[in-house]
Ligand binder design. Sequence first.
Ligand code: ADP
Ligand code: ASP
Ligand code: MG
Length: 465
Amino acid sequence: MSERPLSVHKLGGTSLGDAERIVRAARLLAGASRRRRVVAVASAMGGATDLLLRAAHEAERGRLRPALRSVAELRSRHEAAAAGIAAATGASVDFGLAPFVELETALSGIALLRERTPRVTDLVASFGERLSVPLLAAALEATGVPARAVDARTFLVTDAAHGAATCDRRRTDPKARRLLGRLLAEGVVPVVTGFVGRTPSGETTTLGRSGSDTTAALLGAALGAREVVIWTDVDGVMTADPRIVPWARLLPRLSYREAAEMTYFGAKVLHFPAVLPAVAARIPLVIRSSFAPDGPGTTISEKGDPRPGIRAVTAVSGLCLLSLDGKGMTGVPGIAARVFQTTARLGVSVVMFSQASSEQNIAIVLPEADRARTAAALVQEFRYEKLVGAIDGVAAKSPIAVVAAVGDGMRGTVGIAAKVFAAVARAGVNVESIAQGSSECNISFAVDEKDRLAAVRALHEAVAS
Ligand code: ADP
Ligand code: ASP
Ligand code: MG
């Protein structure tokens, strides 16, 4: 008999918020496992990662007592969830003391040194998923489906870019196939920690906030899954973030490119790097609500929606705009290249770049957290040009948000840019800087953070229905 096809199912933090939701998530997995072989990927319980990172910050300031209070809170939340799951299903979970002692030791180390390295931050952050996975596995077992909690650090190897690590697929894929393949062959559903991995030398890493989506996509690609289902708290990908535009509509279909553009420009519903393994392996990503599991959801695949126009609007906050101005820049080759060399050297990711056609202005938009060091490095880089008066200097502006209109159907459609900027102008929003990628699948522009909401809502009016 040929093997049943495989699906990877990822449960987000909101879908694992408390005992009741974990039991509901387990039932969803049990239903799915009747039709297909299933690998589950779990996020931390909603809010757990935030709590852990807050504890690490407290410890860094030498405030160990509040940090340890957070550990106690984390422990009681998980123990309450375990008790709730036991009451509902009869399953029993015992975390033991070990994880809490390890966490307290890490926090004590941070407090002692008053130093929080990216490495220890990742170790602290990893506990959310390490504690949620035994709960989901136990709840699933209680439905009669054999399940096993799996720590992804046993197979998921990454580089050492703590806080935003990248998976080494060459090392990871064979290990994942061996380890998870063995469990699947025994009819067991592996319940894997999302978000976490380890370096080749064994240090704990994380894939970046929301990284469990990426773990799921990586496993889908490694195991040749038929689909990767992301269970979350919204019906699917909407025409805008429903928290900002409550009247946003569900998008039943999106292309990988549209999903990549949307998630890169702030659509939190999916982690941007999750799109990459899915595209490479041509595996559809399906976004669905664990609160309304019978809904159609959004299928992200090669085939988007062929209709013309803007598909969705997104926004990213927490940014700043650095600009280089000066009449002496006109016709001088290599200025843009030197700006990018500078940001690349610092490892700063540039969200948006624009150059006026007069060549008298270059603007880059980057995370606010990188503003000071990037501005200082640019001043240093262009000190000669400043001295001879070719540039006026480096100006900074924040807080800035980037708003983007996304859609494959924008390509080759006449008048899209006019429509976008007319909508924004009607809302009285001043546009600081504009960029259009060569793909024409995205028009993005920077606005003052205070105008973000108005810009998104105004632009949403122009979304094709
Ligand atoms: P999870 O805990 O399931 O990973 P997230 O909070 O990471 O959930 O992602 C879901 C959230 O993404 C939604 O609650 C919604 O506010 C936000 N979001 C942002 N943009 C969009 C969009 N275009 N469509 C749907 N949700 C979006
Ligand atoms: N728990 C992690 C976070 O809160 C990863 C995830 O939820 O995907 O960012
Ligand atoms: Mg998420």
